[in-house]
Design a protein around this ligand. Sequence first.
Ligand SMILES: Cc1cc2nc3c(=O)[nH]c(=O)nc-3n(C[C@H](O)[C@H](O)[C@H](O)COP(=O)(O)O)c2cc1C
Length: 223
Amino acid sequence: RDEPLVQQILDAVVQAVGVGPDAVPVTLKIRTGWDREHKNAIDIARLAEKSGISMLTVHGRTRADLYHGEAEYETITAVKNSVAIPVVANGDISTPEKAQFVLETTGADAVMIGRAAQGRPWIFREINHFLETGSKLPTPQINEIQGIMNTHLLDHYEFYGEHIGLRTARKHIGWYCKGLRDSHAFRQRMNTADDCKTQLQMVNDYFDEMKSHSDRLLFLEAA
Ligand SMILES: Cc1cc2nc3c(=O)[nH]c(=O)nc-3n(C[C@H](O)[C@H](O)[C@H](O)COP(=O)(O)O)c2cc1C
């Protein structure tokens, strides 16, 4: 709301790290405004550009929207048309088709993806492939995803430790399994594991069993 303060903060950060021989590019991420009656993304984008911000990401919701409703891309288009720095479009991009749609309608230089990458980190290559070729990649091989999950979970346990790691891994495992065969029952079972080793074993048993049906992930429900 306080645009002069925004300007001061941006100037201070850019002056502190974004100039000189060891300059680090300073990027900014904003929403479209603080509520639907007060969308000031264009003004903030211009301030950012003036301050020396190198790239701007815009999430197509206001602060008051939280995560309600659908992200809108008109404001992102208007921001893109108002500044020369690269603009990244963000919000509700969950498929290659949606990424293409948002890039085309906003003219943005890139898209940023948050929630759709949770449990599906391969979404980026799916989007790249679709943008480059116009065709969809097959779903990933279960072996590959099982390998990714094992690396992820072992890192997770090491970073958070046994007690917190066990509990916070549950949501990641849930995201990986969303839409897969028997995932609901598996999650309930997996949530009863009371140590990381058992949890990881349950994950591997689930995916090993799945490989008897298919060598690729089969999504039964939309994620
Ligand atoms: C777990 C999680 C953590 C997030 N942390 C941040 C953050 O630290 N800074 C930020 O600007 N946005 C954060 N966001 C918001 C996302 O960057 C993004 O703007 C928002 O989720 C909309 O994009 P999406 O529809 O692709 O998820 C976070 C979102 C999630 C789901």
